[in-house]
Each structure stands twice: as C-alpha cells, then as structure tokens.
Write a protein that binds this ligand. Structure first.
Ligand code: TYD
Ligand code: MG
Length: 466
C-alpha cells in the first residue's frame, strides 16, 4: 500500500511546505500552517467520471485554424446585470467563482438565476441548506402558488441536490446531465481522494480541480459560491482564484438594500464591469439605471455636496460626493475617506493648499461617496475638490451642476476618457451644467464651435486650472 503523504498548508494563502513553519514565506502571516493529508494510499489521478483511478488521456496538438469555436457559446440569462458582469452571458464550460460576505445574498442570486432559466436544466448543489430551506427561498423568489410552480418553465427544470461528496455529485450529474451547475458553497465539498476536512486548503483545491475538469470536458458552466475571510479575501487557497475563469465579488452593506456584483477577474470580458441590485423581500431586483439610486433626493441645496459623472466599466453613472471640512480639535487633523482613496484625497488637499491658498492643514476633512461604491475613476477628482471647498466656505453648489475631470499635481484640470458618453448621461438625467477639462475639446476649438458638441442642450463649461 502506498504511503499516506502529508504536507503543511498555509490556511491564509495556500502555500505548501514539507515541514511546519512559523511564518509563511509567501504571505508573511504567522502561525497559519496546518498539517493536511493530501493523498490517501493507492489513489492515482482522480477522474470526475469514474470517481477513482483513470488512465490519463492525452491531447494532441491542433493547428490553430482547425480549431472551431463560435461566439454564440454564451448562455444569455434573463438577468442583464449578471450578463454584463460576465462580459455578455455565461460562457459554456466556464467556471465562475462568486465570493461575498455571509448573508449578502449569494445563494439568493444564484437560485434566482437558476429559477429563471427556462428550457435549461440547472442543478443547484447545496452543502449549506436543506431541500426544504431552499424550497422556501425559491417560493419567495417566484411568486406562484405551490401547485402551479411546477408549470413555470424555469422552476420546472431546476433540481436541488443536497450533497457534499464530489464523487456522489458527479454520479448524479451523469444521471441528470444538467446544462448549468451551481455549487453552494465550495468550502462545504469534500473529495474522497483527500483526507483533510472540508474547507481546508487541499480539499478546496482538489474539489475545484475536479469540478474544473468536469466543466472543461463536458462544456457545462459551473458556478461556485465561495466564503470570504474577515479581510475580504475569498477563503481557501489563492490559487482557487487562478484556477477559475471568472471571479465575481458580491458586496454591499448588509444594512442597505443595494448590492454590487463586481468582476475581479474575467477571462471572457472586461474586469471593470459592475452589476447593481436591490435586495427586496422577493429577491434581487436589477437596477438598470444606477444614477437614480446614487443621487440623494434633496430639496434645498446643501454645502459640501457635488455630483460627478464616473465610468464603471463602460457604463457612465452619476454619483454624489459629500465632504465635511471642520476645524480640527486635535493637533493632527483627521482625514478619512469612504469609497475614495485617502492618499489621493491628501494629494488633492495639498493641491488646494498650495495652488489655491486654502488653509486646510488645520482642518479635519471627511469624504464620503454615496451608495457604498468605491470609485477609482479619476474623473471624480474635480467633484471632490469642489465638494471640499464648498464645505470649507459653506457655499452650496447648485444641484443641477455636475463635474467630470481629473486634477493633476500642479493644479491642472486634465482630460478624461469617453467624455461624450459622460456628457450624454448627465444631459439624460436632467443636469443643466457640466464642468469638464479644457483639454477634452478638440485642439483650438471652443465649446460653441466644436461640431460634436452643439447637439447637447446641457451647458458645457471648460476649466484648465483649479
Ligand atoms: P443569502 O442568499 O442567504 O446570503 P448568502 O448566501 O450570501 O449567505 O441571503 C440572505 C439574506 O437575504 C437574508 O438576510 C435575507 C435576505 N433576503 C431578502 O431580503 N429577500 C429575499 O427574497 C431573500 C431570499 C433573502
Ligand atoms: Mg448562502
């Protein structure tokens, strides 16, 4: 009988070592190594179909022009936000990992997708909830009386399997032949080829590898739900993220109703797309016009509030920036930004201090981006600067005015990309004035004589310096 092999794994990043280490050489965390049994005797290469040993099949090289593929191999779901984040639908044979905090709505999202795919057999594998619990949830999501629910197309071909052994799962998959597989969650699965407990690094890695082999060989897309650790990383080895094709993060404040689905990695599309949902009593609703929710309703103008047009992926949206500047009670003023990089905020404050003469070094500055979004688009800079001055001087900015420009280190207002798209979005939402960089105009043109700009009703103002 072959000897059982053990190794030590870092529970934080998945680094493997032959002996125990105090500090992980890969992620520098202390005391994270745990011994795991990685091979049970006499098992060689595990195969998803046969469950035990297999003769390894080898592929032959193919000339690139002989390889046939078609763009249509995407499965378009009724959920437009999910399609967008995935880059235009689910690619067949792809593996998607969805991570997010507990209770954020990962199971709800995937069950909702499963129930709304008419004509496609979906297998929803759950290691976390019982069949009854899932049925209860499904009933909230599709408002149909019990008896009639079997006639609703998407509901009729959704199958629930409560199982955690991958070998048993593959047996059921072979019988059912589903078109889509959802695994809730990867941390609950275990493979008989590995002896450590479910959720451990080697188990998660092995189960993912088996499912990946199944996805690639059968062309069936697989969705994995993954837990995240307290610092926001997907639990399990880091290589989990390298193994799958797409990594999505489902985030949002549990106390707010809005949820954001964000692509972190995507082999089949842009990784900067966002999907926005609203959590209702009857499941998740797609928010197709995010600007509506990101702008607060207010009647009277308030100081410290500005609006900017940012791009998330290819989608323009208007977002509100709030700033509060007040005299610091302590020697070191506080600087804090929610949804905005604090380093960048400090840089903008320095520009204001040096170039415009505002005495901000004795002031506390707080910045908040509405809606729980984290903005990386530099086009928000001008709005941030104006919000800070507006709060400092206690002068409100007209709520029909918006901004889209980057601020440089020497106080210059820099051009941003896709300006026309931004202007069009601002106009669509009823804004009367937009401030952009002078350098966004074709060289030597004024706004009035620029051909492309005449079509806008919105007043376009250009600035060159703060
Ligand atoms: P869930 O999908 O179980 O989260 P996860 O799988 O990420 O842990 O989401 C649970 C939360 O969603 C729970 O707080 C209740 C809420 N919820 C709704 O508000 N409306 C609904 O229709 C459903 C099904 C859940
Ligand atoms: Mg869940």
């Amino acid at each position: 009988m072959a000897k059982t092999r053990t190794a030590y794994f870092c529970q934080s990043c998945g680094h493997e070592s032959a002996k125990w280490l105090g500090k992980c050489p890969s992620c520098s965390q202390w005391n994270t190594f745990v011994e795991e049994i990685i091979e049970k005797g006499n098992v060689s290469i595990p195969d998803w179909k046969n469950g035990s040993t297999s003769t390894q099949r080898s592929n032959k090289p193919a000339a690139i022009h002989d390889i046939i593929y078609s763009e249509e191999n995407r499965l378009i779901t009724p959920d437009n936000e999910l399609n967008r984040v995935l880059g235009g639908g689910i690619v067949s044979g792809s593996m998607v990992l969805i991570g997010g905090e507990p209770g954020i709505g990962k199971s709800t999202l995937m069950l909702q997708v499963a129930l709304n795919l008419p004509g496609l057999k979906v297998l929803y594998i759950s290691g976390e909830e019982s069949e009854q619990q899932i049925k209860m949830r499904a009933e909230r999501l599709v408002k149909v009386p019990d008896k009639e629910s079997s006639n609703v197309p998407g509901v009729a071909d959704t199958y629930i399997l409560t199982e955690t052994s991958t070998q048993n799962i593959f047996k059921q998959i072979e019988i059912l032949e589903p078109d889509l597989v959802v695994v809730d969650s990867i941390q609950t699965l275990y493979s008989a080829h590995i002896e450590s407990t479910p959720g451990s690094v080697s188990q998660v890695r092995e189960c993912t590898a088996e499912l990946l082999r199944f996805a690639k060989e059968s062309g069936t897309p697989v969705f994995l739900i993954g837990h995240i650790t307290k610092d926001g990383m997907i639990a399990g080895p880091k290589i989990l993220e390298h193994m799958v094709d797409t990594v999505l993060q489902f985030e949002g404040d549990r106390h707010h109703v809005y949820r954001i689905l964000r692509a972190v990695k995507n082999r089949f599309g842009s990784a900067s797309e966002l999907g926005i949902y609203e959590m209702l009593g009857s499941g998740l609703r797609e928010v197709s016009n995010p600007s509506e929710i990101l702008l607060s309703q207010r009647d009277e103008p308030l100081s410290g509030i500005t609006i900017s047009v940012i791009l998330e992926g290819l989608r323009p949206m208007l977002i509100e920036t709030q700033a509060l500047v007040s005299v610091s009670a302590y020697g070191t003023p506080q600087r804090s930004g929610t949804g905005f990089d604090t380093k960048r905020m400090n840089m903008l404050l320095a520009v204001l201090e040096k170039k415009c003469g505002f005495k901000l070094s004795t002031q506390d500055v707080f910045l908040n981006i509405a809606g729980g979004l984290r903005v990386e688009d530099p086009a928000i800079d001008l709005a941030v600067v104006v919000a800070i001055i507006s709060s400092h001087e206690d002068m409100p900015v007209d709520s029909k005015v918006c901004f889209a420009a980057e601020v440089g280190l020497s106080g210059e207002i820099r051009a941003v990309n896709r300006i026309e798209q931004r202007i069009a979005e601002a106009e669509k939402l009823g804004f009367e004035k937009i401030f952009i960089s002078k350098y966004n105009l074709p060289a030597g043109k004024k706004v009035q004589d620029g051909q492309n700009w005449k079509k806008y009703k919105i007043e376009i103002n250009t600035v060159a310096k703060v």
